[in-house]
Design a protein around this ligand. Structure first.
Ligand code: BGC
Length: 252
């Protein structure tokens, strides 16, 4: 099946047509800067621009940086507050006329890695963490996604974990890779002590820099960088749309 995968991020909205059987991108990845402020109307218009760019009329899977419950955004940490309690699926559908399914961006990346990347065929609990503006998380249990885990919002060191250990925290506080690597390791040990994952996959922008901080990580479980790198969000969003379409066909 061909699905337009879209990844809504803090700085860019990216899309490509995905072959959901192989996970390959059928087209080049197109990126449009995220409008600032990233209000619902402005972002929705940008999504429409992407759809028009690909002249697409088929189904769309979209990863979005917020917990998403049945298409509705439930919290806005790194996006415009106006998104809270808005039906993102409904907004994108109305603007594009396409069938749209929206999931959390880290869940999308987790789905892609579990099916086609570093977590493929792994039993037990795989935890994917995305390191970027925030910290996103995905729980994959025996290949099944449990959505909206939001581990970047754990209380940690008297504040919110992603304020301490995300990539934007590294940039904001001008931390060296060793300083940041030690911080991230503290966070990872905290998470490990709560969930004892069998495998940890690190995704998001930070996955490309894994070699710079790998030496500072000492959690007992295996920790690997994501294999699909920055394509995971697009591919996973398309996979999730495909799963929904298949489920609705079975229900008919
Ligand atoms: C949001 C998550 C998102 C993560 C990465 C966090 O601030 O709450 O929903 O997955 O950032 O974008």
């Amino acid at each position: 099946m061909e699905i337009l995968g879209i990844d809504v991020g803090g700085t860019g909205i990216k899309g490509a047509l995905v072959n959901t059987e192989t996970g390959e991108l059928i087209t080049e990845r197109k990126r449009i800067p995220t409008p600032q402020p990233a209000t619902p109307v402005a972002v929705t218009k940008t999504v429409k621009k992407l759809v028009d760019f690909f002249q697409w009329k088929g189904p769309i899977g979209c990863g979005f940086p917020a917990p998403i419950q049945h298409g509705v955004a439930r919290m806005a940490a790194n996006i415009d507050k106006a998104w809270v309690d808005l039906d993102v699926e409904e907004m994108f559908l109305r603007e594009t006329g396409c069938q749209v399914s929206v999931i959390n961006d880290a869940d999308a990346a987790g789905l892609a890695e579990a099916n086609l990347g570093a977590g493929h065929g792994r039993p037990g609990l795989t935890l994917l963490l995305t390191i970027g503006t925030g910290i996103g998380s995905a729980f994959i249990i025996d290949g099944q996604l449990v959505p909206n885990s939001e581990l970047g919002h754990l209380r940690f060191k008297g504040g919110i974990a992603e304020h301490y250990a995300s990539d934007s925290a590294r940039k904001k506080h001008n931390l060296s890779w060793s300083e940041w690597g030690k911080r991230f390791n503290e966070y990872l040990n905290h998470v490990h002590g709560l969930f004892y994952p069998d495998l940890v996959i690190l995704g998001g922008g930070g996955s490309k820099k894994f070699h710079k901080y790998e030496a500072y990580l000492d959690v007992p479980s295996k920790v690997v960088p994501a294999e699909l790198l920055n394509q995971a969000g697009i591919v996973g969003a398309a996979l999730s749309a495909q799963q929904l379409i298949k489920r609705s066909q079975v229900a008919k």
